[in-house]
Design a protein around this ligand. Sequence first.
Ligand code: AMP
Length: 285
Amino acid sequence: MNIIKFPYEMQAYCRELRQKRASIGFVPTMGFLHEGHLSLVRRAKKENDTVIVSIFVNPAQFGPDEDLERYPRNFEKDISLLKSEGVELVFHPKASDMYPEGYATFIDVEQVTNRLCGLSRPSHFKGVATIVAKLFNIVGQCRSYFGQKDYQQTVVVKKMVRDLHLDVEVVVCPTVREADGLAISSRNSYLQPDERTAATVLIKALRAGEAEALRLRPCGKVEAAKVTDAMQSVLENELMAEVEYVEAADPDTLERLKQLNGKAILALAVRIGRTRLIDNLIMEI
Ligand code: AMP
């Protein structure tokens, strides 16, 4: 396996791959890899000649009071997992090489960043779009794989790719869950045992919302408020859960829906203790 640290070196390597006509599957991550990340790697491997994984905890996407310092890291374990998946190339740059002294260029995707997670994390998606654009420029033409778990991120990245004419095909892969339905996340490692039990309330609330929508469907109108109320009441039963948002939104624009008619995303963000968790479910009515 080749581990490359410098952006210019990575760029040269990817250029060579393209000259050899090798298709590139690219999986950007912040490391502390789990089955969710590995599902993206496997899909990328199936669909491309070469798979590149980047491991970079991107300071630009963390707010001033967020968990940048304590974000979990285990580079050795990540590498061993990627070796067992047969990944040939890992990009692992330093923050000082990605954002050198005097760095001043950021990407701001408008509209879709002003909703859902964007409301409580105002600079988060600017940091995400900036790092993803930089990584796409380094890797060059590729298919890039993202998880539905971070649904708003996939909308932001797709919009940026379209708006900036980037030569990247964005592939969105299903959320991988624990046996009890909790979406796997690096941040789950923060949860104390009682918090881990409480965290199943996210998927329970989403499923309750979906069930309510399907129950209302034969009656004609499916009011979004009834669906989010059903989600809220499940969340209220879990005393450890502090709700940030519960929404039924348009999957493309992320605008809040009044009625469910066609495709909808049910999405929520909940704090369990000090840990902020997100999840979502796409449904068709
Ligand atoms: P992160 O390291 O958290 O930035 O995640 C890197 C990529 O893995 C993102 O595209 C995430 O959406 C994706 N991902 C994280 N957790 C999961 C999961 N449980 N299932 C599928 N994809 C995931």
